[in-house]
Design a protein around this ligand. Structure first.
Ligand code: HEC
Length: 284
């Protein structure tokens, strides 16, 4: 997949936490959303229960396909709600917190970054304490709800179908990697439209043979869409039924043990059997 130059995509992120719990969100717009009630993880065979709840706006993520971003072809930036601004229209009280267009591969942990910029005005509000020392890993661009051991660019660079097992788009909590290993595995420079992991061993239930992985050009929404379609298909859920053929991109179901037997470490050597125990399947 190759998304055309100048394309823009954005996503609005809401949290169930209210302004009472996070005072930086005081006055932020709220919506009513039909969301999971039990949190994660959910069992794929038993769909997550949902109900209508009030959610509060936290951030708006933007991605732009721009060839000036050498190495990736993408610029990622995010705006967060800023209770210190006082426009009467709460949707105008958003400010940029970070922007990134590369992985700063030549920067060693702790040295200044050139392809990622953080708005220091949000220090001590959204980052800057021991539990959240920075926005993204090593000070790279990220949003307040994003995994601090990742960044916009590194997480989105993994967008391909099928998703690699273990080294999917987030750093699995079961892997305790050093900074060097994180840099090696997750902060490679991936040009838009090329594969993060060309030798992919797919995450179950996708089969590991006869797979031709497809780059999704930094779009993780497309990845989740394809996965959800294939899950519905292998589970025989609507719109699929026992008689409908598999969409050709959806592989047969693979037993979890088989996938673990074919686990690849992508150069990381300190992986133990316990660390590659299967993760619960999560509802996206
Ligand atoms: C740890 C992984 C991760 C990080 C870090 C991350 N994202 Fe995403 N992003 C996702 C996933 C997964 C989706 C698709 C599902 C969803 O929307 O929740 C997504 C969806 C998006 C979309 C919708 C378009 C698309 O096809 O993916 C945009 C735009 C986006 N993210 C921008 C950003 C920006 C900007 C940042 C940094 C501020 C960021 N993301 C950081 C995982 C991540």
């Amino acid at each position: 997949m190759n998304i055309p130059e100048d394309s823009v995509s954005f996503k609005v992120l809401f949290r169930e936490a209210s302004a009472d719990q996070i005072n930086a969100l005081e006055g932020a717009p709220t919506w009513t959303a039909h969301i999971h009630t039990d949190g994660r993880p959910c069992d794929r065979d038993q769909l997550c229960p949902r109900s209508e709840k009030t959610v509060t706006l936290l951030q708006i993520d933007v991605a732009v396909k721009d060839k000036r971003a050498e190495g990736t072809g993408w610029v990622f930036g995010t705006f967060v709600f800023d209770a210190r601004l006082d426009d009467a229209d709460p949707w105008r009280n958003l400010a940029p917190i970070s922007i990134g267009w590369g992985n700063d591969q030549s920067a060693t942990p702790g040295s200044p970054l050139e392809e990622n910029i953080i708005n220091e005005g949000f220090r001590d509000i959204f980052f800057g304490w021991s539990g959240r020392p920075h926005m993204g890993w090593n000070g790279s661009a990220n949003g307040p709800v994003d995994n601090p051991r990742s960044s916009c660019v590194s997480c989105h660079s993994t967008a391909q179908f099928p998703r690699p097992d273990t080294f999917a788009n987030i750093l699995p909590s079961r892997l305790n990697l050093t900074d060097d290993e994180i840099l090696h595995v997750y902060f490679q420079s991936v040009a838009g439209g090329t594969l993060f992991d060309p030798d992919v061993i797919p995450r179950p239930p996708f089969k590991s043979d006869l797979i031709v992985p497809v780059s999704l050009d930094y779009s993780l929404q497309t990845l989740l869409g394809l996965e959800q379609m294939c899950f519905a298909c292998v589970d025989g859920r609507g719109p699929f039924d026992a008689t409908s053929p598999n969409p050709s991109i959806c592989p047969e179901r693979l037993p979890v043990e088989e996938s673990i037997a074919t686990f690849r470490s992508m150069g990381v050597t300190r992986v133990t059997d316990a660390q590659i125990a299967p993760l619960g399947v999560e509802c996206g």
